[in-house]
Design a binder for this molecule. Structure first.
Ligand code: SAH
Ligand code: F3S
Length: 433
């Protein structure tokens, strides 16, 4: 059997793309996954290009991989950086055998046989392609509901690497979830750059279905217990969607609402389509309808022209919403984006100071939230066995929970009383009955 080494960087969508590549490769020839570079017959790097740093590291990494690989092993560069650099990757690193874009995943078996193949068209439509099956975790499935992104946020390279937004037909989504449930999954994570924009455009005619209707359809699947999704866009969070989120028992009460900036002026420069007030109003609505819900977010600091006063607006939203999870980034100018051309770029050191302040305050808030967890009871879905006689799972609201336990807990949902907390995880005991 051939061996495959695959490195996956970036977002959940990339993780799913990696699973799709593994599945498609196995249609033609059996591959076994390996963590050892030297053993691999095929090395895939599934890249992210949202920020500059990982892109800069790509070429040194290719160099290291080329030195450690065995004679005759192939190297493929896939994902968003493959889409945006294309042929240049092979020019700079001829050791790379092929380049496969983030919107061309289904062509993996075509490129693998052609020396220096480059497949990166963002016009390519694989929204109705029935991928072969492979899942890293049998208890939890990830399912794409749309490809690409129709927004033009001025900082973001994703529309240039993943192309226009096309929704995947709802029957295909439902079929795929049914299949995963039959194989033991009880939880699904629905993926898209803008999940609640679902249904605006399909590649073939299909009866109309928006995200709220899709959630309703999916929640009818018997045996499926939990539904998660990432990420919704604040602009499309209408009341109907939030009411479904709050009232549907199967939808986990954890929601990622990417803020980006708390300043309405900066949000306008980012072309996000909402204001600080709208964002706060949507979070208040989530809290009113589902008080137990956890809200997480993404924030960019140091966007061109961000003043001290703008940054204070971001800090103000942090205080008001008290996000449980925060993914925060220093603005990174990206090729093919409007903001990279703005003349008022922010000094990198000033941006670092803002980032440090934001993160320090968030850590304090997080500590307060986690300190209050001891004694609480969570419903936990166990899906991973650890070596030290412990079992790991996620609470409905997304917290990582560890208990003493073995295989029989895997794939089950149990009530757990929390005994101890840290910043990133909880310890607890399973309650009987
Ligand atoms: N639509 C996706 C966003 C994908 S990019 C979603 O809603 O999850 C993931 C995150 O990376 C963005 O939310 C943003 O916070 C961050 N990001 C994107 N472009 C960036 C840039 N040029 N510099 C810094 N952070 C960026
Ligand atoms: Fe990027 Fe904005 Fe789409 S952040 S992925 S352009 S919603």
């Amino acid at each position: 059997m051939k061996k495959l080494f695959i490195e996956t960087l970036g977002c959940a969508m990339n993780m799913r793309d990696s699973e799709h590549m593994i599945a498609e490769l196995n249609r033609e020839e059996s591959y076994e996954l390996t963590h050892s570079l030297g053993e691999a017959d095929l090395i895939l790097i599934n890249t992210c290009s949202v920020r500059e740093k990982p892109v800069a590291k790509l070429f040194s990494e290719i160099g290291v991989f080329a030195k450690s690989k065995k004679e005759g092993a192939k190297i493929g560069v896939c994902g968003c950086t493959a889409s945006h650099l294309g042929e240049e990757i092979i020019k700079r690193a001829p050791v790379v055998d092929f380049v496969l874009g983030a919107r061309n995943v289904s062509k993996i078996n075509e490129v693998i046989g052609k020396k220096h193949a480059v497949e990166i068209s963002i016009e390519f439509d694989e929204s109705a392609y029935a991928f072969a099956d492979y899942r890293t975790n049998p208890f939890r499935s990830m399912v794409n509901i749309s490809i690409g992104c129709d927004k033009q946020c001025t900082f973001c390279i994703v529309p240039a690497t993943r192309g226009d937004e096309i929704s995947i037909p709802s029957e295909l989504i439902v079929q795929e979830i049914h299949k995963s449930v039959a194989q033991g999954a009880r939880e699904v994570m629905l993926l898209g750059q803008n999940v609640n924009n679902y249904g605006r455009r399909f590649s073939a005619s299909q009866e109309s279905c928006d995200f709220t209707q899709l959630l309703q359809k999916i929640s009818e699947i018997e045996g499926l217990e939990r539904i998660r999704f990432t990420s919704p866009h604040p602009l499309h969070m209408d009341d109907r969607f939030l009411e479904e989120f709050a009232s549907n028992r199967k939808i986990c009460k954890q929601i990622h609402i990417p803020l980006q900036s708390g300043s309405s002026r900066v949000l306008q420069e980012m072309k996000r389509g909402y204001t600080k007030e709208w964002f706060l109003n949507r979070c208040a609505k989530v809290r009113a309808l589902a008080p137990e819900a956890v809200i997480s977010t993404d924030i960019i600091v140091g966007f061109p022209g961000e003043s001290d006063a703008d940054f204070e607006e971001t800090m103000d939203v942090l205080e008001k919403v008290r996000f449980e999870q925060l993914f925060s980034f220093k603005y990174s100018p990206r090729p093919q984006t409007a903001a990279a051309e703005y003349s008022d770029q922010i000094d990198s050191e000033a941006a670092s100071l803002r980032l440090a302040r934001l993160q320090a305050r968030h850590t304090e808030i997080l500590d307060e939230i986690m300190d209050a967890q001891a004694g609480r009871v969570h419903s936990v879905f166990f899906d991973e066995l650890k070596d030290n006689g412990r079992c790991a799972g996620r609470s409905d609201d997304g917290k990582l929970v560890f208990v003493e336990g073995s295989e029989e807990l895997l794939g089950t949902i149990k009530r757990v009383r929390i005994t101890k907390s840290s910043r990133s995880a909880l310890d607890g005991v399973v309650l009987e009955g």
